[in-house]
Design a protein around this ligand. Structure first.
Ligand SMILES: O=C(O)CCC(=O)C(=O)O
Ligand SMILES: [Fe+2]
Length: 215
């Protein structure tokens, strides 16, 4: 966040609050990564935290998202945020509004994620999936207004913990990629139309292929 400029005036005026919010989120997710490493008996440089060394550059980002209210309902798939997985390792998401859906790996159906004040939603992203040899699965999610139209403005705040830029893993094609390259490929895919995104499976990190479903 602090590297992107220009920052809005509200952020500049309250920079200490934003810095401490970002640091807290970073600390929480790194602690969770540590718990996951321990849970599957990873040791030394194999532990997930070792790919998230704070002294190296990464694409970790704090976002503040505003989806404006809209009367237009072009097509279900195009409302809100298309189905996708997050590119990084873990995401900590705060929202008090109900539009987030996750694809259940058990039923292959979309389910609403309850959003409550004071609670965070944690998503596993592609990097953790690739680094864990697909033991952990990226959460396939999308944002869709329950009533079919954005009746009110929507606000959400995800913090994306991403591995160091030079971290190497095998991506959906089994080819070696750095975390930086995967991130760039993912965002290029997000720029495509929904139909195009369905073809290369990058937006969904290949989870649709693993689950044998069309998202
Ligand atoms: O706005 C939300 O609730 C989710 C946003 C999201 O999934 C993303 O930015 O990757
Ligand atoms: Fe997401």
């Amino acid at each position: 966040m602090l590297a992107s400029s220009p920052l809005p005036q509200t952020v500049l005026d309250n920079i200490d609050i934003f810095k401490s919010f970002q640091l807290s989120e970073h600390y929480i997710l790194k602690s969770l990564l540590g718990c996951l490493s321990t849970a599957i008996d990873l040791e030394g440089s194999k532990r997930f935290e070792s790919y998230h060394d704070d002294s190296v550059a990464s694409k970790s980002t704090l976002l503040f998202i505003h989806h404006p209210a809209s009367k237009t309902v072009p097509d279900e798939a195009k409302l809100g945020h298309y189905s996708h997985t997050d590119s990084g390792s873990l995401t900590l998401l705060f929202t008090e509004q109900p539009e987030l859906q996750v694809l259940s790996p058990e039923s292959n159906k979309w389910q609403w994620v309850a959003s409550k004040a004071g609670y965070a939603i944690v998503n596993v992203g592609d990097t953790l999936r690739f680094q864990s040899g697909r033991r952990f699965r990226s959460s396939v999610h999308r944002v869709l207004p329950p009533s079919g139209e954005m009746v009110g403005d929507r606000y959400s705040t995800p913090y994306f913990l991403r591995a160091g830029d030079r971290t190497v893993f095998k991506d959906i094609d089994g080819k070696e990629k750095t975390a930086e390259e995967w991130h760039a490929r993912k965002f290029k895919s997000f720029d495509q139309s929904w139909e195009e995104q369905r073809v290369d499976h990058v937006a969904t990190g290949g989870m649709d292929v693993d689950l044998g479903t069309i998202v």
